[in-house]
Write a protein that binds this ligand. Structure first.
Ligand code: ADP
Length: 496
């Protein structure tokens, strides 16, 4: 991996570490805290209040009151919309501080946080601000002398549990639609990255959010997260994270009050390169599809299927590209890859690299940690990967590319679909027929043709199979946060 030199010094400071309940920062009921760590070094950034079930109770109570009595669902939609628009303006105003906090806590390159992720957060919030006053029901035809209205109402208190890989985007995908539809929220952030959500939530209150409408509880999954998923007074739970945890959430929801559930879970997305491809371009896109965000993407193109006619050339060029990848301190200029999020993930990825070697795949480049401090991993590539290998089946969530060989369209469709997951796929070809055939045949929620990781606000995202339930972003995401009520009125005198 190549090294970076020139440091960037954005304003970086931790202002908020407590829980945000009913519009105020408060300590956890137990008084406990947990450390959040800098993935560059493993050193403590700050001690953050640790929420548990008692804090979830307090947060749900505040959200309940803000929903049942508070002004939020009863406010005009235009007022709600304006608060969200003002929030987006404040995000832009504080772009660099937010990005710096995110990089510090998460390890992602500052340039990406500042130029892509935080601007996307503002973009997403504006998208949902725009929806707030455009959500309305229907009048539908019915038999008999009936006047039938279908009302779209907010569901109530939404519990939301988010992961650490894109803390701010996950915030926007969850909080945006929930608030636009008039719900109130209790958000449980990931224990690895509690800081940025606290910072931006404070901005949302500055933008005029009424007390209790958004509550943020930092803490761990089996305690705070489970308490939220099983709470009797939470009407909806939305979760993004691993498939195993998603199953637990669904079970907790079922065992408690049958709250409605949306899940965005793991993936093992195929990236299919046909033999008509411009190899250099395909290599670059496949590289991006896997290595972006340190490989920590649920939709990462983690099974690179390459046509046998161009396979050897593709592997050689992918190796050269990986060797050029700039890995290092995410606060340095030009860095493409920072450290992995924490020691647990770091060790897990190294374990998968060993599975790859032991399982008989060819290690093309990388294969080890980088340096001796922090959680950096060398960009790693395996070739000659077979479908049955662990590295071709399970989610690695790190900078490890597996390149598989195929020779025919029908075969690659079958192999690409032979996965428990169905989140996304990449297709690289100039042949219209091939592109459209693959787009239809792949059992996944997103097919990117000659592109990857395009995440515009209006594009729905979500999984087939064990990659999830429901869609986020786009018009479909509103359904997750709306109750539907039919009002049927019998007309006394239908003859007019
Ligand atoms: P990862 O392995 O990537 O950390 P997880 O699915 O474990 O993914 O975590 C995603 C989110 O789910 C985090 O906010 C985490 O705290 C939460 N979580 C983990 N376990 C549970 C659980 N048993 N109940 C509720 N939430 C959980």
């Amino acid at each position: 991996a190549a090294a970076a030199e020139e440091p960037i010094s954005p304003p970086v400071q931790v202002n908020y570490t407590q829980l945000l309940i009913d519009g105020k920062f408060v300590d956890s009921a137990s008084g406990k805290t947990f450390p959040t760590l800098d993935p560059r070094t493993g050193e403590v950034i700050a001690h953050v209040s640790e929420g548990d079930s008692e804090d979830i109770d307090r947060a749900v109570l505040a959200a309940r009151k803000a929903f049942d009595e508070g002004p939020w669902p009863k406010m005009t939609a235009y007022e709600r919309s304006r608060i969200l628009f003002r929030f987006a303006d404040l995000i832009e105003k504080h772009n660099d501080e937010i990005a710096a906090l995110e990089t510090w806590d998460n390890g992602k390159p500052y340039e990406q946080a500042a130029n892509v992720e935080v601007p996307m957060l503002a973009r997403l919030m504006r998208y949902y601000a725009g929806w707030a006053d455009k959500i309305h029901g229907l009048i539908v035809p019915a038999d008999g002398p009936h006047h039938v209205q279908v009302l779209h109402e907010p569901i109530g208190v939404a519990g939301q549990i988010i992961p650490w890989n894109f803390p701010l985007l996950m915030f926007s995908w969850k909080v945006g639609p929930a608030l636009a539809c008039g719900n109130t929220v209790v958000l449980k952030t990931a224990e690895q990255t509690p800081l940025s959500a606290l910072y931006v939530s404070k901005l949302l209150y500055e933008a005029g959010l009424p007390e209790g409408v958004l509550n943020v509880v930092s803490g761990f999954g089996p305690t705070a997260g489970a308490a939220l998923a099983s709470h009797m007074d939470v009407d909806k739970i939305a979760f993004t994270g691993s498939t195993d945890t998603g199953k637990i959430i669904l079970e907790l929801a079922a065992r408690s009050n049958l709250k409605s559930v949306t899940l965005e879970l793991g993936g093992k997305s195929p990236f299919i390169v046909m033999d008509d491809a411009d190899v250099d371009h395909a290599v670059e896109l496949a590289h991006f599809a896997l290595f972006f965000n340190q490989g920590q993407c649920c939709c990462a193109g983690s099974r690179t299927f390459v046509h046998e006619r161009i396979y050897d050339e593709f592997v050689e060029k992918s190796k050269a590209r990986a060797l050029k990848r700039v890995v290092g301190d995410p606060f340095k200029k030009g860095v493409e890859q920072g450290p992995q999020i924490d020691e647990e993930q770091f060790k897990k990825i190294l374990r998968y690299i060993r599975y790859g070697v032991d399982g008989g795949a060819s290690l093309v480049t990388g294969g080890d940690r980088l340096g001796d401090k922090g959680y950096y991993i060398q960009p790693t590539i395996f070739s000659d990967v077979q479908d049955g290998m662990k590295i071709a089946q399970e989610e690695i969530f790190g900078p490890v590319q597996s390149i598989l060989k195929f020779n025919d369209l029908k075969e690659v469709i079958k192999r690409a679909n032979a996965s428990q997951y169905g989140l996304a796929a990449g297709v690289f070809t100039n042949n219209l027929n091939t592109a459209n055939t693959l787009a239809r045949a792949l059992r996944v929620g997103t097919v990117w043709v000659n592109c990857f990781d395009v995440f515009d606000a209006a594009i729905p995202f979500g999984g087939y199979k064990q990659s999830g339930i429901g869609r986020e972003k786009g018009i479909d995401s509103l359904k997750n946060y709306l109750q539907i009520k039919a009002v049927v009125t019998r007309l006394k005198n239908a003859a007019w």
